[in-house]
Design a binder for this molecule. Structure first.
Ligand SMILES: NC(=O)c1ccc[n+]([C@@H]2O[C@H](COP(=O)([O-])OP(=O)(O)OC[C@H]3O[C@@H](n4cnc5c(N)ncnc54)[C@H](O)[C@@H]3O)[C@@H](O)[C@H]2O)c1
Length: 387
């Protein structure tokens, strides 16, 4: 079994999830396609990087991410920095022949995403973009049911990602509210996960009609490089800075295959924590998923008898996708970390095998084209075709 050395760049929220996945994956999926050794981690200061190395189990640390790119022992570069640095890091990593997993959105916009896609193609390295929610077993089960034709031709996709962590005007001005650093707001941060669901489950989107809103135009500034999602208690007395991205997007969509649908994303929906959902209607039945109840897929089939027709709940477990590696009985509970472990499992298979894993930088680029079109549609108040 191969052991691959990982260099991770960024040591915040996602670094924790990815580090857990490298260590946990072989404990779930054994024999593992490969094992990972957490060799080096980078953050913006030695202090942050050293703390992360101690906490997350990396052998070495650095405050200069080029040390990771230049280290001949590193096989895989894992990008978990804010969106403005994904492209520069990925292009350098590809030129150095490293395989790459990058967090989503791939970059700030489609043009920047394209430079990353070109670099991985030119240098023939493996690449993945970390839309992990599609690896929730209930979502993979939905894909399987669709592919088996059990809900027939798809007519409609409705997807939402609703959160409330920034509904309070005193929640801090993190990089997520800055166009230069993030590219877009709720759209890139959470809406892109719904776009990934739509493409994964239904097919390519070719046209959008959208409205974007910024509800809270300025927020209290925070110090330091690490994002803090919580509310600033003394927010009223803290200097404020400008928000220049969307807080909410609402989009109608049209698919190549004739299906229609909608996508909504907001971080200002009080009471909604991680309300990532889809409902799909086909000619033969319907599917419904809500990440807040992520063990469950609700299904309804046209051919159910008249007196039993309605949504019923399947609890995912051993008979379902990835079930062989997860927990021994249904409804023990899938966690966020489990989706990241499954993601690294599929990435590892691609690293030691032939071909690319999905979603990869092609998908990341396509999602960026759709995201750019959503913002353009809102600005111009008309349907925009995806190129
Ligand atoms: N897949 C998901 O569910 C999911 C969830 C959250 C975030 N994300 C994505 O993950 C990425 C990181 O988000 P996060 O929540 O971990 O952010 P974060 O703010 O918690 O952490 C980012 C870290 O990167 C460090 N950093 C910034 N610039 C750097 C540089 N040039 N070199 C080294 N380190 C640098 C920061 O100091 C910080 O420690 C973003 O692209 C975000 O969109 C994905």
């Amino acid at each position: 079994m191969k052991t691959l050395n990982v260099g991770m760049i960024g040591a915040g929220f996602m670094a924790k999830a990815h580090s857990l996945a490298y260590t946990g994956m072989p404990m779930y999926f054994w024999p593992a396609p490969a094992k990972f050794n957490k060799l080096m981690i980078a953050d913006v200061t030695d202090e942050l990087a050293k703390d992360a190395a101690d906490r997350l189990g990396f052998e070495k640390y650095t405050s200069n991410w080029m040390d990771i790119i230049e280290d001949p022992d590193i096989d895989v570069v894992d990008i978990v920095t804010p969106n403005n640095s994904h492209a520069e890091i990925a292009i350098a990593a590809a030129k150095a022949g490293k395989h790459i997993i990058s967090e989503k959105p791939l970059a700030r916009d489609a043009a920047e995403s394209k430079t990353m896609l070109d670099a991985v193609k030119e240098n023939n390295v493996k690449h993945m973009v970390a839309f992990n929610y599609r690896r929730t077993p209930a979502v993979s089960l939905a894909k399987k049911i669709i592919e088996e034709g059990k809900i027939g031709k798809i007519l409609n996709f409705r997807g939402t990602y609703l959160q409330d962590w920034s509904a309070d005007p005193n929640s801090p001005l993190s990089w997520r509210f800055n166009k230069e650093l993030a590219g877009s707001g709720a759209l890139g941060d959470i809406g892109t996960h719904v776009i990934d669901f739509a493409r994964y489950l239904v097919g390519e989107i070719n046209e959008v009609m959208a409205t974007a809103k910024t509800w809270i135009p300025e927020r209290p500034k925070q110090e330091g490089g690490v994002d803090k999602l919580g509310t600033v208690k003394s927010g009223a007395n803290v200097p404020k800075g400008k928000v220049d991205v969307d807080d909410e997007i609402m989009t109608m969509i049209r698919f190549d295959n004739g299906a229609v649908g909608s996508i909504e994303a907001t971080r200002n929906a009080w009471g909604r924590n991680n309300f990532l959902t889809f409902e799909i209607h086909g000619e033969e039945g319907s599917l419904y998923f809500n990440y807040e109840r992520r063990d469950e897929l609700q299904v309804c089939f046209k051919n159910d008898s008249d007196d039993e027709r309605g949504f019923k709940t399947i609890y995912t477990g051993p008979p379902h996708p990835y079930g062989e590696g997860l927990w021994p009985i249904p409804a023990l509970g899938i966690g966020y970390g489990d989706t990241k472990i499954i993601e690294i499992y599929d990435f590892a298979k691609a690293l030691v095998g032939n071909g690319q894993v999905s979603p990869n930088f092609e998908d990341g680029y396509q999602i960026a084209l759709i995201s750019d079109a959503i913002l353009k549609s809102s600005e111009e108040d008309k349907w925009i075709k995806i190129k």
